[in-house]
Design a protein around this ligand. Structure first.
Ligand code: FAD
Ligand code: UDP
Length: 373
């Protein structure tokens, strides 16, 4: 019997980063993963010569130079810049909200004209402090853009009225008075050439790491807890405690992927459908993440449908409102009392809407706490 120092539950980016750093320090690690593949939600797979993002569009972006250099050890990144386009009932608008969007919406040509238009529209808020997402959006950008590009998309995405959603969700979208369609403000951005899976593969390649796929931690929980001195758990923290303090809320998604016999379906990697009637939020065309790389005459598209979450569904997004954050806090206190040898990590273990760079950073922080104390 091999003696392991750690059990890592989940072969996603958090678990893999932790395992990699731990093996580098000479420790033995076992990784168990309930899916049939590694890499969690960043998993990509080659079909028709195209890297398919199986769990939705993933664009790496960060302003943290150390994290950018860290991830570049495992793959070479291309110069992909995310510039999604919004389709509102057939009208096409550039995102994020910038001079191209304002020109199309109102015919304005200069930043001064755009500001005048935005200010005219904001006036309906009358200087009032925004109390919800709708009010926040109108005070940021005005009613025209809110109605065409925000309301429908947001209500589909979150399954709630914009008047019932917290204002902060929309604050992270940039508003620019330049003709710049780059969605992110970060210094570094790109897609790993050849896909994301190679990153996790390299992280887990050490002889000191054993990976078992298709294994659910909860099927052998007691045995794992008894036999491993330390466990890193990247699944749902409320499930770990059998929901004893109540359920945290999640949003789920379902993906519908189609292989088409044509070269170029929509001319862009990401097209958002911002009306209320179209049931999906976006269509991604995978080959455009690598500038059209793929077999001739083939393309692959994925429609993304938001969905309510119930037990047994994939929990893609934590819903970080006040109620859930407070409940998560109670779970961390429970963890301190009942599971002192378990570290909870990642999007589900830490119940945070983390991007990939933040997940790597969080895993490196956990490693530092574990080994450098
Ligand atoms: P996960 O990738 O979810 O890994 C957790 C793993 O644990 C999973 O493989 C799961 O199967 C496994 N697991 C769970 N429970 C058990 C169990 N009981 N037993 C065994 N295994 C278990 N980030 C960006 O930076 N840029 C983007 O553009 C971006 N786009 C995104 C788009 C979508 C649709 C989604 C959902 C996320 C996006 N993200 C993006 C976020 C990114 O996916 C996450 O930050 C990252 O994948 C989280 O890694 P993780 O290891 O915490 O979680
Ligand atoms: N959003 C929108 N219209 C769009 C794109 C985004 O209203 O075309 C809003 C929506 O409320 C969404 C939020 O902006 O939840 C954040 O968008 P982002 O693209 O950052 O979300 P993610 O890619 O993480 O789902």
């Amino acid at each position: 019997m091999v003696q392991y120092d750690y059990l890592v539950v989940g072969a996603g980016l958090f678990g893999a980063t932790f395992a990699y750093e731990t093996a580098k320090r000479g420790k033995r690690v076992k990784v168990v993963e309930k899916r049939s593949h590694i890499a969690g939600n960043i998993y990509t797979k080659k079909v028709d010569g195209i890297q398919v993002h199986e769990y939705g569009a993933h664009i790496f972006h960060t302003s943290d130079k150390a994290i950018w250099e860290y991830v570049n050890q495992f793959a070479e990144f291309n110069r992909y810049t995310n510039s999604p386009v919004a389709n509102y009932k057939g009208e096409m608008y550039n995102l994020p909200f910038n001079m191209n969007t304002f020109n199309k919406m109102w015919g304005v040509r200069t930043p001064k004209e755009a500001m005048a238009k935005i200010n005219e529209q904001r006036a309906e808020m009358d200087g009032k402090e925004p109390q919800n997402l709708e009010e926040q959006a109108i005070s940021l950008i005005g009613r025209d853009i809110y109605e065409k590009l925000i309301k429908g998309y947001t209500e589909k995405q979150w399954g709630q009225k914009a008047t019932e959603l917290p204002a902060f969700i929309i604050r992270r979208l940039p508003v620019r008075l330049t003709y710049d369609n780059n969605y992110f403000n970060d210094l570094y951005q790109g897609i790993p050439m050849g896909g994301y899976t190679q990153i996790v593969e390299k992280m887990l390649a050490s002889d000191l790491i054993d990976v078992e796929l298709g294994v659910d931690f909860f099927d052998q929980q007691d045995e794992y807890l008894a036999n491993f001195p330390k466990i890193v758990f990247t699944g749902m923290i409320d499930q770990f405690f059998n929901y004893e303090l109540g359920e945290l809320e999640y949003r789920s998604l379902h993906f519908e992927t189609e292989e088409l016999d044509e070269d170029n379906y929509q001319g862009n990697a990401v097209v958002n459908y911002t009306d209320a009637e179209t049931p999906y939020t976006r269509i991604i065309e995978h080959k455009h993440f690598e500038f059209g790389k793929g077999d001739e005459g083939k393309t692959i598209i994925t429609r993304e449908y938001p969905a309510d979450w119930k037990r047994g569904d994939e929990p893609y997004y934590p819903v970080n409102n006040q109620r859930n954050n407070a409940l998560y806090q109670q779970y961390t206190e429970l963890a301190g009392q009942k599971a002192p040898n378990v570290i909870f990590g990642g999007r589900l273990g830490q119940y945070k809407y983390y991007n990939m760079d933040q997940v790597i950073k969080a895993a490196l922080t956990t490693v530092a706490e574990e080994f450098d104390k």
